[in-house]
Structures are given as C-alpha cells and as structure tokens.
Ligand binder design. Structure first.
Ligand SMILES: *[C@@H]1O[C@H](CO)[C@@H](O)[C@H](O)[C@H]1NC(C)=O
Ligand SMILES: *[C@@H]1O[C@H](CO)[C@@H](O)[C@H](O)[C@H]1NC(C)=O
Ligand SMILES: *[C@@H]1O[C@H](CO)[C@@H](O)[C@H](O)[C@H]1NC(C)=O
Ligand SMILES: *[C@@H]1O[C@H](CO)[C@@H](O)[C@H](O)[C@H]1NC(C)=O
Ligand SMILES: *[C@@H]1O[C@H](CO)[C@@H](O)[C@H](O)[C@H]1NC(C)=O
Ligand SMILES: *[C@@H]1O[C@H](CO)[C@@H](O)[C@H](O)[C@H]1NC(C)=O
Ligand SMILES: *[C@@H]1O[C@H](CO)[C@@H](O)[C@H](O)[C@H]1NC(C)=O
Ligand SMILES: *[C@@H]1O[C@H](CO)[C@@H](O)[C@H](O)[C@H]1NC(C)=O
Ligand SMILES: [Cu+2]
Length: 341
C-alpha cells in the first residue's frame, strides 16, 4: 500500500514540473488584409492579428484573462480538443457552459492541460471565429513517443477566408432565402493567416509540421512538392507512423507530420493547400482554391510555382475521397490513406 507521505511526495513531484502559464488577452478589432485583396476589420488580441499562439507543457495550468474590448460584440474562448475534464465551465460555448463575455467585461479561463498535442483556440460566440479570433494551442510533451525523431517543430495553420464579416453573412446563410442551408463560399485560402508564406529549412533535417485547419467550412488537401510526409499525430492522438504524399484535413482537424528535408540545397519546393470545392454549392469562376507556400532551402533561388497536378493520381481527389478519409472512418494508426500506394 502506498503511504500518505509518498502520495504527498508524488504530488510535490508533479507540482515541481507543472507551471502556470498566464495569458492576458485584450480582444479588439484590428485591420488586416491576409489575401491581399482589401483590408477589413478582424478580431485581434493585444492589437495583433494573427492572434498569439498559445503554448504550454502537458500538466501545466493555463490561465487566460480575457478582456472584451470589441465594443459591439460579445465573445468567449473555446480550447478546441481539450476534454476540460473537471473544468467544464471553462469550455467556452456561449449559452452552454457560460454566458457570453459582454463588451467591456472580463472573464478568466483557468484549467489544467492533461492532453499533449496540437490544438487550437477560438471564439465560441456563434459565427465569430472566422472573423479572425482563432489561433494555435500547442501542448508540448516531454514524454512524446516521437521525441528525438525530429529536429524542429513548425506550426502551420490552414484556413478559408471570407471578405464579408460573418455576422453579415449569417443573415443570408440562416434564412428563408437559403432553404438548402448552402454555406458561404470562401474567397481565398490562407496559410498562417497569409499567402505566399516562405518557410526557411535546413538540409537533411527532420521537421515536425503541426498542421491545423482552423477554417470555417472548407476541408483542405495539403501536400509538399516532392517531399513525403509521415503522419504521427491526429487531433491530439499519437499515431503509428503512416506515410502520405497528401493529406485531407477537415475544418477543426489537426495533423502532425514528419518531413525530412533533402540534402541538396539548390532548389526550393512549393507546398500547397487546396480547398475541397466539392463542399461548395456554387464555385465562382474567380475562386482560386489554392494557397501556396515554400520550403526555402536557398533564399537566393527562385520560388517555383507548383505543378498543375497534385502528387496523387486523379482518383484520390474524387468526390468520394473526403468521405472515405473522414475522421469517423479513420483508424488511429492510418488516419489518412497513403496517396502513393
Ligand atoms: C485594449 O486595447 C485597446 C485598443 O488597443 C486599448 O485602447 C485599451 O487600452 C487596451 N486595454 C488594456 C487593459 O490593455
Ligand atoms: C500571393 O501570390 C499570388 C501570385 O503571385 C498573388 O496573386 C497574391 O496576391 C499573393 N498574396 C498575397 C497576400 O500577397
Ligand atoms: C463592429 O465593429 C466593427 C469594427 O468597427 C465593424 O466592422 C462591424 O461591422 C461592427 N459589427 C456590428 C455587428 O455592428
Ligand atoms: C476525468 O477525470 C477523472 C477523475 O480524475 C478520471 O477518472 C477520468 O478518467 C478522466 N476522464 C478522461 C476522459 O480523461
Ligand atoms: C485557478 O484555479 C486554481 C484551482 O482552483 C486556483 O487555485 C487558482 O487560484 C486559480 N487561478 C486564478 C488566476 O484564478
Ligand atoms: C507559421 O507562423 C508561425 C508563427 O509566426 C511560425 O512559427 C511558423 O514557422 C510558420 N509556419 C511556417 C510553415 O512557415
Ligand atoms: C542525406 O545525407 C545523409 C548523410 O550523408 C544520408 O544518410 C541520407 O541518406 C541523405 N539523404 C538523402 C535523401 O539522400
Ligand atoms: C490548384 O491546384 C491544383 C493542383 O495542383 C491545380 O490543378 C489547379 O489548376 C490549381 N488552381 C488554380 C486556380 O491555380
Ligand atoms: Cu472548436
């Protein structure tokens, strides 16, 4: 039987490792132009947009002091993917576990993180986060089974982007004039809340990309030209390594992949996310579903356009493909079928 003093020692041992990570978030409107078409108001934090990344180590307590200075909107924050076991009142959905935080008010979120992995946080006031109040939440794990298998971590967010504010779009989306419930169609896709992102990499290194789809609706195909990916985590759950040339990542999903860079440093390589247009009722002529970024081996070399074909055979991007790759039908060990096989 375990003695009382040893339980106390055990507790102290855990306490010694656990820290409290405190964030002071002043939420206000700021102006941003992520797709380069025109600037618009977005919901920022501490005058910044994209909003800050949250990070903590598993076992830490997170305290977020939220001050709503939007002036004309209530808000809340939800920490997507965390079970909030024992702290249900910290979960964030307005009208479910808390009242909205009215303009001018403060609310403190206070919870312990028990789950390692890739998460995100976002407003949980209805139809609000696509206006920008969404960002990564990374829970690092000193005991990760993939520890030592990669040199660096790189967070990469993918999202759809809309020119109109969601409060305005909601009026036609949830309305008698839209009996089929057709969702708004995005105007653009973004990487890291921008486009044409350049990511410096070093040769012969292994990177873990923590990929987060923090979009509103659009599922996204993601691939890196001529670089294989090894999936190691899906939605905060470690997987067995699974090879993929392309992944399909739905809104709110996360996927971590290991990518080993080439030894040759003369060429840069595009990486692409492409919105799944089968999800859109009407695809406007002008829509470019793709967003491109580059693994930059040599900053003086050019940034080649991605080829016009995907790395997989056309059949893998057939309309049925998102269904067969949907989270519900995936096993944890092979979250996405390898597109190369
Ligand atoms: C919050 O941000 C707004 C806009 O930048 C600023 O006017 C206000 O002073 C800030 N409040 C606090 C408490 O930092
Ligand atoms: C990214 O590059 C494309 C192609 O050159 C361009 O059309 C687009 O405006 C760029 N996006 C931004 C945000 O600058
Ligand atoms: C709230 O304020 C923002 C920033 O000024 C503005 O763009 C937006 O239209 C306003 N929203 C409502 C619902 O009035
Ligand atoms: C929630 O917490 C309780 C009490 O600590 C524990 O027994 C249970 O396994 C936890 N559930 C999950 C899903 O972590
Ligand atoms: C967070 O919750 C813990 C446990 O209930 C409590 O001890 C601590 O004082 C709280 N921190 C804040 C800033 O409210
Ligand atoms: C995305 O932005 C974050 C924060 O600035 C940065 O750490 C990360 O490297 C960027 N990701 C890529 C793929 O460039
Ligand atoms: C890169 O170089 C290392 C060390 O020489 C070697 O082990 C590795 O196989 C090379 N990688 C590729 C893709 O050629
Ligand atoms: C988007 O990417 C796909 C796959 O590479 C390509 O076939 C398509 O032409 C691209 N669309 C645009 C508008 O560039
Ligand atoms: Cu969520």
């Amino acid at each position: 039987m375990i003695s009382l003093p040893s339980i106390i020692l055990l507790c102290f041992g855990m306490l010694a490792r656990a820290a409290t990570v405190t964030y002071d978030f002043n939420i206000t409107w700021v102006t941003a132009n992520p797709d380069g078409v025109f600037p618009r108001p977005v919901m920022g934090i501490n005058g910044q947009w994209p909003i800050p990344y949250m990070t903590a180590t598993v076992g830490d307590r997170i305290v977020v002091n939220v001050l709503n200075q939007l002036g004309n909107a209530s808000t809340s924050l939800h920490f997507h993917g965390l079970y909030m076991n024992g702290t249900n009142d910290m979960d964030g959905p307005v009208g479910v576990t808390q009242c909205a935080i009215p303009p001018g008010s403060m609310f403190t979120y206070n919870f312990t993180v028990y789950q390692p992995g890739t998460y995100w946080y976002h407003s949980h006031q209805p139809a609000q986060y696509p206006d920008g109040l969404r960002g990564p939440l990374i829970i690092t794990d000193p005991d990760s089974p993939y520890k030592g298998k990669y040199d660096e971590e790189i967070v990469l967010t993918i999202s759809d982007w809309y020119h109109e504010q969601f409060a305005d779009m909601l009026k036609t989306f949830v309305s008698v004039v839209n009996p089929t419930g057709a969702e708004p169609v995005p105007e653009a896709a973004l990487f890291n809340d921008t486009q044409n992102l350049t990511t410096p990499v070093e040769p012969g290194k292994t990177y873990m990309f923590r990929i987060i789809n923090m979009g509103a609706f659009a599922g996204q195909y993601f691939w890196i030209e001529d670089h294989a990916m090894q999936i190691v985590e899906v939605d905060g759950i470690y997987t067995e390594e699974a090879a993929a040339d392309m992944i399909y990542i739905t809104a709110a999903q996360r996927c971590s992949v290991l990518v080993t860079t080439k030894n040759d440093t003369t060429t840069n390589f595009a990486y692409v996310a492409s919105m799944d247009e089968d999800l859109f009722d009407k695809v406007p002529e002008s829509l470019n579903p793709n967003v491109t970024g580059w693994l930059v081996y040599d900053s003086t070399a050019n940034l080649p356009n991605p080829p016009s074909s995907t790395p997989s055979t056309p059949s893998t991007t057939s309309p049925s493909s998102p269904q067969t790759e949907s989270p519900s039908s995936q096993t944890q060990t092979t979250p996405f079928p390898s597109q190369s096989s």
